[in-house]
Design a binder for this molecule. Structure first.
Ligand SMILES: *Cc1c(COP(=O)(O)O)cnc(C)c1O
Ligand code: SF4
Length: 434
């Protein structure tokens, strides 16, 4: 299949777009001016069910929807577009709306960027002891954009890749100085949009550095969902697969952290072939997805997705809660509903699917999982635990928050049982003041 990108300027060339009403097309243009919009020929031709586009999860995954913006913001942008404003004005008005959408949640820019040799490593985050994130500069885009993406400011040029670097030597230097790090997670955007030659360079450099404490290389990618031909027919498909094999041949584990939002993405011939190719390199594939209203907020979707993944030899890993940024009001599921959906899905599948962890929030103190809802002496509470913590000692200690059926995120929660604060609050604020 030929890779064709569609975005705001050319999406009307998508043959199936004729099925949309004029109003729906205009809505795409209004919202697509504020939030990122990009899709491609595979998503359009093989994944979306155009006869049912209004409810189609993959359509909603790529095409901006009216309700992703607050009504007043939508109306304002619609007016700006209809008035025939020039590009600069449109951009300025779009940025004003973007600023209201919490573009930098969970202190990502400020808190997690380390230094090596006196240099700030802008393309590295080291938040949890064992795992370092690397954002290669060439991998800061994706084959299509998810409408819910929490990295959306990067794709609207608000951030201009603040979060990226090319200098693998610095990454390796930093790794060598940090014996606690066992995992490097290469992420983006999507690092698999990089040319095969670059992927090979980075992976080879990591392998040849021969760092004794480095055990796992992980790659976070949505290519299996958005462009599986990356591993089948792209010119450099074999080069990529060979680079994976170099990692596993060297005795390191390669974990391909695949992002799937719906079981539909697992059903095409292309994705199933691509999965086989990746697994044949000795890499494992693990999966992650946020829980998203309008896309996958039903237990059956998750249980089916996990079952299909396991059948294809893939390991379910994370269910996330949608972050407090961008179109969260549209996609967000309350914590109470999230737990219920998780519990219903989890209890329907066999133990081999229950490797999944969640539902989990990636927030400033760590990854907080909702273990469940309980009642103690008449007070209803969420049971929570860290599955990752800024201090690893916080991990796996149950703690309690007042039950609320409205809470969408950690910030909406209060300690339960008359506690003044959560057990980690003091230490957390000391970390940032100290
Ligand atoms: C999730 C995450 C990791 C990896 O955590 P694991 O529990 O090892 O999967 C590492 N760094 C950051 C910043 C993360 O959000
Ligand atoms: S693939 Fe990942 S980084 Fe890219 S748009 Fe989707 S969620 Fe965002």
């Amino acid at each position: 299949m030929k890779y064709r990108i569609y975005a705001l300027h050319n999406y009307r060339q998508i043959p199936q777009i004729e099925k949309l009403s004029d109003e729906d097309r205009f809505n795409i243009e209004v919202v697509g001016t504020v939030l990122p919009f990009k899709t491609n020929s595979y998503v359009v031709d093989e994944l979306i069910d155009w006869d049912n586009y209004k409810e189609d999860p993959i359509f909603i995954l790529n095409f901006p929807q009216k309700n992703m913006l607050a009504e007043e913001d939508f109306n304002h942008m619609a007016k700006v577009l209809k008035s025939g404003a020039d590009k600069a004005t449109i951009k300025e008005e779009a940025n004003k709306i973007r600023e209201k959408l919490n573009p930098h949640p969970a202190g990502q820019l400020e808190y997690n960027v380390p230094e090596y040799d006196g240099v700030k490593l802008t393309g590295v985050q080291h938040k949890y002891n064992e795992t370092m994130l690397f954002f290669p500069a060439q991998g800061q885009t994706c084959h299509a954009y998810c409408t819910f993406c929490f990295r959306w400011p990067q794709f609207t040029n608000m951030d201009e890749m603040k979060f990226a670097m090319k200098e693998i030597d610095y990454v390796i230097g930093y790794l060598k100085e940090h014996p606690e790090i066992t995992d490097v997670l290469i992420t983006g955007g999507d690092p698999m949009v990089m040319k095969g030659k670059i992927i090979d360079q980075y992976l080879t450099a990591l392998v040849e550095a021969n760092i004794p404490h480095l055990r796992n290389i992980r790659i976070g990618s949505k290519t299996l969902g958005f462009w599986p031909y990356r591993y089948l027919t792209d010119d450099d498909a074999d080069m990529v697969l060979n680079a994976f094999k170099k990692v596993t041949d060297a005795g390191l584990s390669l974990a391909f952290m695949a992002h799937f939002n719906h079981y539909r993405e697992l059903e095409t011939e292309a994705v199933q072939q691509a999965i086989k190719k990746i697994r044949a390199t000795g890499a494992q594939i693990r999966t992650q997805s946020p829980l998203l209203n309008h896309i996958n907020a039903k237990p059956e979707i998750w249980s089916t997705m996990w079952q299909k993944q396991v059948q294809l030899g893939i390991i379910p890993y994370y269910m996330f809660i949608a972050r407090d940024t961008g179109a969260q009001k549209y996609f967000g599921v309350s914590l109470a509903d999230a737990w219920e959906i998780f519990q219903k899905a989890y209890t329907k599948v066999s133990g081999i699917c229950r490797t999944v962890r969640g539902p989990s929030m990636s927030c400033t103190p760590g990854k907080v999982r909702i273990v469940g809802v309980t009642e103690v002496k008449g007070e209803k509470a969420f049971v929570l635990e860290f599955i990752q913590g800024r201090n690893s000692d916080w991990v796996a200690r149950p703690f309690f928050a007042k039950y609320s059926n409205k809470a969408l995120w950690m910030d909406d929660l209060q300690p339960a049982f008359n506690q003044e604060e959560f057990f980690f609050d003091q230490e957390l604020s000391d970390m940032f003041l100290g």
